[in-house]
Design a protein around this ligand. Structure first.
Ligand code: ADP
Length: 494
């Protein structure tokens, strides 16, 4: 493994993938480039795994599930995942630099992508240790006499985890650690743009834990076909996926012939209903900030702001001021809160959607292009579009950029109708001086989660999932752990 260090702190990660306990290159030796989005420079390479590599990884995971004690030995799993937690802690600064190199995430906002997932490993390890895997459901009358029923929670089997590039280490861990702790074996397929957050995880497992060969595999590849092969493989019992709704549909279809259990966290187009009694100076600067950190590359971002017509201009002005003063720039410089988009393709998509909004009648209040002082790197100006038609493309499609659309409304009912006018149903937000009123509005939003007055719904202890085309199932909370378990009911003599 080569480490490339430049004055900006770019660091190349592990090039190899992990299959059947061995860190390895694909047999042809093919590699693909990893680009640092803040400089547009190639930071290093990763092995370009194939469909055949994926088949070997699934075979290894299948054997490890069927032929080893992993699924039955809770104490050993606790030991291994405790080791993993300690190993991730030791590698923390290295993982942070790799994350910034791959994603361009500003160093000042990396805690949620480094410290949080490492802490979550600890959480799932303890949660899994204390979980009640056998529940006595009591004695039930049946036509053949009384039967005692016990519910045994058992691992699903081989879990395929497919992850996106926006929060790569966080999701690599969120999709695999509860699965492993519950007794499953895993094949992880990280995203093309962020292979190292996956391959480094594989290296750490191989070199610094006792997790047995085949229990955890990472297949790195630059081809969508490799993820598709994982989601179609009949030896895989479950797919856990975070990414676009289009890919989620493909994964559901690929799993249909073998009726695979599927956990999907997909796109979002969340609305923030700002009620007419809200404290604008508290709610709106925060809303603008949330749109810009991570360069808007967050599925739960409330990107549609709905403002009461009675206070419309006041609201627009506050959003504009915050966005124009937002610290955009080199992710290695502390204090910068918005870095580049992850790739030129993503930036073009963002700029294209902004243009489509303007073409459909929206008013460009600020931004809309590339910052003049940042010609290198895939930077986008924080952008505010007002008077946005709720049916227009920019109000309906996920942008994944530092862009807020603003639409006025007259009544609470109208605001709720606009918020619900979406194929997505991931998150939402309500701001109001009256928390009961906000709660009533939150309950009418057809989404999986809602934040009121900036108090986040998101956390390891509470279920997180999308409704409508934003997903199936839950991460986090008790619900999130049970996703990786089957509830087997056993009837027996009393
Ligand atoms: P984005 O559009 O944000 O890049 P995607 O949903 O395309 O997100 O990608 C998320 C993950 O899904 C990546 O790891 C990618 O390789 C994988 N992927 C892409 N296409 C498929 C597919 N047809 N089947 C399974 N996985 C796929």
């Amino acid at each position: 493994m080569t480490e490339v260090q430049t004055e900006t702190g770019v660091l190349a990660g592990e090039e190899r993938m992990l299959i059947a306990g061995e860190l390895q290159f694909t047999s042809s030796g093919a590699k693909f480039d990893v680009v640092h989005p803040a400089s547009e420079e190639v930071a290093g390479q990763a092995t370009d795994g194939t469909v055949e590599d994926m088949a070997r990884a699934v075979g290894a995971a299948r054997r490890a599930f069927d032929e080893s004690d992993w699924s039955r030995d809770l104490e050993f799993r606790y030991h291994c995942l405790t080791q993993l937690h300690e190993a991730l802690e030791r590698n923390k600064e290295r993982l942070r630099r790799i994350l910034i190199t791959e994603v361009g995430c500003p160093v000042s906002v990396t805690a949620s992508q480094i410290e949080s997932p490492i802490e979550e490993v600890k959480h799932w390890t303890e949660h899994g240790k204390n979980f009640t895997y056998l529940v006595d459901n009591g004695v039930h009358e049946t036509p053949l006499g009384p039967a005692r029923r016990k519910i045994h929670y058992e691992p699903v089997g081989v879990v395929g985890a497919i992850t996106p590039w926006n929060v790569p280490l966080y999701l690599n861990i969120a999709e695999t650690v509860p699965a492993l702790m519950a007794g499953n074996t895993v094949v992880l397929k990280p995203a093309q743009l962020t292979p190292w957050s996956g391959s480094e995880y594989g290296r750490i497992v191989a070199e610094e834990t006792d997790i047995p060969a085949g229990v955890f595999n990472v297949v790195v590849s630059n081809a969508n076909e490799v993820g598709a092969a994982l989601s179609a493989d009949p030896r895989v019992d479950m797919i856990t996926f975070t990414g676009s709704t289009a890919t989620g549909r493909a994964i559901l279809a690929a799993g249909a012939p073998t009726v695979k259990k599927t956990l999907l966290e997909l796109g979002g187009k969340s609305a923030h209903i700002v009620l007419d009694d809200a404290d604008f100076n508290a709610a709106l600067p925060l809303a603008a900030m949330m749109a810009c950190v991570m360069s808007g590359q967050s599925c739960i971002l409330p990107s549609r702001i709905l403002l009461p017509r009675s206070r419309y201009d006041e609201g627009i002005q506050i959003l504009k001021t915050t966005m124009e003063g937002f610290p955009v720039g080199d992710p290695w410089t502390p204090g910068n809160m918005q870095g580049p988009q992850i790739s030129e393709t993503q930036r073009e998509k963002v700029l294209g959607l902004i243009k489509s909004g303007i073409d459909s009648g929206a008013r460009l209040v600020t931004g809309g292009g590339i910052p003049e002082n940042l010609p290198t790197g895939y930077y986008t100006q924080p952008t505010l579009l007002a008077d946005v038609d709720p049916n227009s493309q920019v109000a309906q499609e996920e942008i994944f950029g530092p862009v807020l659309t603003v639409t006025p409304y007259d009544t609470d009912d109208e605001a709720i109708a606009i918020a619900n006018n979406s194929i997505y149903g991931l998150s939402g937000e309500v701001s109001s001086a009256d928390v009961d009123r906000a709660f009533g509005v939150a309950c009418r939003m057809r989404t999986g989660n809602v934040t009121i007055n900036g108090k986040s719904h998101f956390g390891i202890n509470s279920p997180f999932g999308g409704t409508k085309q934003s997903g199936l199932g839950y991460r986090n909370g008790e619900e999130g752990y049970k996703e990786y378990l089957e509830a087997k009911t056993i009837g027996m003599p009393d």
